[in-house]
Design a protein around this ligand. Sequence first.
Ligand SMILES: [Zn+2]
Length: 332
Amino acid sequence: MHKSLGNSVSPSELIPKYGADLVRLWVASSDYRVDVRVSDAIFGQLSETYRKIRNTARILLANLGDGGSDFDPARDQVAVADMLPLDRWILAKTNRLVRTCREAYDRYEFHTVYHGINDFCTVELSKLYIDITKDRLYCSGRTSRERRSAQTAMYRVLSAITRLLAPILAFTSNEIWGAMPHTPEERTDHVLLADMPAYDPVLEEDQTEETRFDRLFELRDDVMKALELARAEKTIGKSLEAKITVYTADKEADALLRSFDADTLRKIFIVSDCALADAMPDHTEAIEGAALAVKVEIAPGEKCDRCWMNSTETSADGEGKLCPRCRAVLGK
Ligand SMILES: [Zn+2]
């Protein structure tokens, strides 16, 4: 913008078009040490980011139940030591995000906060955590430890990112704060009156588990690619019904995969069955550049009507076909 050219854009023109929060997000996303740019294309891109953040919050909120109707943090939280490893993994990542954002705020580097939260919503939350925990949240017993552990993590993650975003997305974050459940100790009248989340060094003491999952998630990309190919070739319909057999010549990757039990791997890869092979499975081609060779086929057995996974122990009654897990959850 140049005063002499008379081409400046006033916030009062932007706000009716995009909303005040988006204008604030644009300010925060701009690295003011270099020329600051503004255009419709930039605002289009920012709208995408804004929608992604909002949508991520919406999914987390939905999994906690409206206004705490399902999960009450005062009653239902699981202690960190009793949580499932994957839930501790997302807490460790959130803790690191808190540190990054707090340090960035202290240095007035708002664009670092913007990128940090955007990346966290895209990768750690949407691509991995939310996708993998879906089965546990929808299909495990309502008050089971697996489900409450995931909800505890989601409550803590949502609380942290909402408070981290509050100085930037002042309106949106307060809307989330008003809709999410709280403990009696929390300030609920306005998110801007709540304290910023604090970095917890205790969560960082032992990073062994976190590193193990990080490495597994790198390998997971290969599995996802193989499942995508199998879907495109119509070998399988949904990846949930797949049985995968995984082989790797890489000793370190093989040892890592074998350090997880089959049930954990099946859940991380979101398939019905996962086996590890000692040799290259028949009719499998390794994808170029991939560490894993993955054979994809339809898992034996029948599809469970409730969780959509195939099981050889699925049995039918008047209401439909259920796998043993779902029968147990429904008390049948
Ligand atoms: Zn089932």
